[in-house]
Design a protein. Sequence first.
Length: 313
Amino acid sequence: MARVLVTGGAGFIGSHLCERFIAEGNEVICVDNLLTGDRDNIAHLFASPRFTFLEQDITTYIYVSGPLDAILHFASPASPVDYLELPIQTLKVGSLGTHKALGLAREKKARILVASTSEVYGDPLIHPQKETYWGNVNPIGPRGVYDEAKRFLEAMTMAYMRTHGVETRIARIFNTYGPRMRMRDGRVVPNFICQALRNEPLTVYGDGSQTRSFCFVDDLVEGLVRLLWSDEKEPTNLGNPAEMTIMDFAVRIRALCGSRSEIVHKPLPVDDPKVRQPDISKAKRVLGWEPRMTLDDGLRPTIEWFRTRLQRS
Ligand SMILES: NC(=O)c1ccc[n+]([C@@H]2O[C@H](COP(=O)([O-])OP(=O)(O)OC[C@H]3O[C@@H](n4cnc5c(N)ncnc54)[C@H](O)[C@@H]3O)[C@@H](O)[C@H]2O)c1
């Protein structure tokens, strides 16, 4: 049994991580200030004596008594709506929060996996994106607060590995979806599903020819767990390489929701990437990992989750 701390554990991905580690018989300490997370996401875990929740802002301190085997550092606003509304909190949690998490890993001699993002590649000039690509980021654009926070997170993590010998792992996570995303977090999956379920128009930004790839959260969690226990210290892409246009995605969701919604177009946001697709050859080689769920299989439980939420609201 391992003793594991998850920062951002009440968020979308963090709560699935907590659930997975509890299901495997580990002890989990979830630290979250509920900035964008929700206690409901972890409510079912409180019944376990191996689960502890600490409501704490990790940019000020993280105090945990006793030993720790692993830290999964997932605290950060993650959707564009959130980080555009919370630019300073996003920069602080990516920098100060990461520093605190790494300091704790050093003190406890725990290994640490930090959540980076495909956004470190910015609006990529090569496609698909391999880990060796350094990216094309606008540091002063509105999205820079998130992209640069995560680039700092990677730099700080590598510095702790090189300087203090901390066992660090860096996951570059690409778009992930699944139950427990928030209805109004502004990401394309909740947007389209909620609009389709309400039979409201589906809003596509630009002409919809920009591409994205979507990984189901259970697949991602499997990749994260493998990466954590692996020996790989350099960043590793985790995502689903099955790329599709936003327009095709809208049409697919509309069909799976059995919706009558029309599709309308709005102007593209500033610095919106035109293409986004992970090259996961390294994860396949080093972790023996690749996503297993088809898009339809992942969308069905996600749509059901949103349907229940909408009925309650
Ligand atoms: N969802 C994705 O597609 C995706 C893609 C790439 C990277 N990521 C990364 O994964 C992580 C989790 O993303 P998510 O989609 O679950 O987002 P989320 O907003 O659902 O979860 C983030 C959690 O962090 C908590 N948090 C934020 N600031 C905090 C602070 N100062 N102290 C303590 N807790 C704090 C929030 O309350 C929330 O519970 C983030 O670091 C994000 O950058 C997510």
